[in-house]
Design a protein around this ligand. Sequence first.
Ligand code: RTP
Ligand code: MG
Length: 138
Amino acid sequence: MESTLVLVKPDGVERGLTGQIMARIEAKGYVITKAKLETPSRELLAKHYEEHEGKPFYEPLLEFMSSGPVFAMQVEGNRVIEGFRSLAGATDPTEAAPGTIRGDLGRDWGERVQKNLVHGSDSTASAERELGLWFADA
Ligand code: RTP
Ligand code: MG
């Protein structure tokens, strides 16, 4: 059985989409095994996004992600890492296919960072690392 870290980003929480996003994860057949609502510290975000340090969207990304509460989940299922990324859709919500979370619920808001509602770990190594960061004490 595989686990992944899913985040409903501050735009998703603020727009009241957490329940819909959880429902899509559960309707697909995955199981939510841990969850918490928290405004992440810059320290946590710097570790979470270390692969993006130095990129032009890095600072705006940390600013955005620390701007309000994030709903973090551990989600389990066979091939859930790949499966959730498919459910989330393309990074740019304008390009994300209809039927996906970003394609159905997201759009371009004309800001520097792509506000794209959700994060999902992109590999088994990332999932393990990110779950350790977000659920260190759980
Ligand atoms: P995520 O990590 O959040 O699941 O998204 P991803 O793999 O689809 O995207 P990634 O390339 O890892 O980028 C991380 C997050 O940074 C923001 N971003 N903004 N050019 C931009 O404005 C830009 N590029 C990336 C997005 O919020 C993206 O999800
Ligand atoms: Mg990524």
